[in-house]
Design a protein around this ligand. Structure first.
Ligand SMILES: [Zn+2]
Length: 273
């Protein structure tokens, strides 16, 4: 065993070595860390560069795709418009030939707070669209009189879009057209308004109606259902309704659907004689 002096010498020496080596270790480690930083920076730059390249390449391809799709859509559009046209012709031909567009002289109004009603008569009394005007009491605290229009048309919503205001107090829901035209503080005020603005009242609807009616008359003079039978799958034996090759009534592949108008079971084209 070493003596005490030797032990002390050994300890001193060891401590000195430790101090030097620890310093060296720290410096060496710093060096290596710097290398790691350098490598990681280099890769980061390369990755960033590659990402840029990738983004550019993809965005070029995407531009190509957009162009291609737009080109194909243009080609398709002409053919789709032929189909849409045929569908519209069929929609006109499926309209009922017997109909009643009569409008009541009194509305059922769900308003017990302030009951007032005045029938202003037909605003439009045409064979395929009828519109009637009324003044009714509303539930508002001010301007308690409302000038309203209701209407019925033979045209479905896809053929003629007519205004439909939700949230009026009118209870009958089978009018296709409901329009809350204006509120006023008295019936006289609304009548005055009406006499001034009659020409512009519901103008977009009237303009569209005239066009659609013209189109309808063209269709029924030029086509009939028999000639277009290959485009029809299900016929209603009771009313004028039918389902076309583009329509998929519920469970129609499995069983004959019921007519959406009169609920009668429909007949398949092949069973029709
Ligand atoms: Zn039917």
């Amino acid at each position: 065993m070493e003596n005490a002096q030797e032990l002390l010498d050994n300890v001193r020496l060891a401590q000195q070595c430790i101090n030097e080596l620890e310093l060296e270790k720290e410096a060496g480690r710093d060096e290596l860390d710097k290398e790691v930083d350098k490598v990681s920076r280099e890769y980061r730059d390369r990755i960033w560069g590659l990402e840029q390249e990738k983004r550019k390449a993809i965005s070029q391809l995407e531009g190509k795709i957009d162009k291609y799709v737009a080109g194909m859509d243009t080609k398709l559009e002409t053919h789709y418009s032929t189909i849409k046209h045929a569908q519209r012709v069929l929609a006109f031909l499926s309209l009922p030939t017997q109909y009643d567009l009569w409008l009541p002289d009194k509305l059922r109004v769900n308003n017990w707070a302030f009951q007032y009603q005045e029938d202003l008569g037909y605003f439009l009394d045409d064979e395929l669209l009828k519109i009637r005007l009324y003044i009714i009491g509303n539930r508002k605290p001010k301007n308690r009189y409302s000038l309203v229009a209701i209407g019925r048309t033979v045209f479905s919503r896809e053929l003629l879009s007519v205004p439909y205001s939700y949230g009026t107090d009118i209870m009958d829901s089978d009018f296709q057209l409901i329009s809350n035209i204006r509120d006023g503080s008295s019936a006289e005020e609304l009548i005055k308004y009406l006499s001034k603005s009659r020409a512009s009242l519901l103008k977009p609807t009237i303009i569209e109606y005239v066009l659609v009616k013209h189109e309808y008359n063209d269709v029924i003079t030029n086509y009939n259902i028999k000639d277009l039978a290959p485009l029809i799958v299900w016929f209603c034996p009771s009313c004028n309704n039918f389902y076309t090759v583009w329509e998929q009534p519920y469970r129609a592949g499995v069983e004959a659907p019921n007519c959406g108008n009169c609920r009668v079971e429909m007949v398949h084209r092949e069973d029709l004689k």
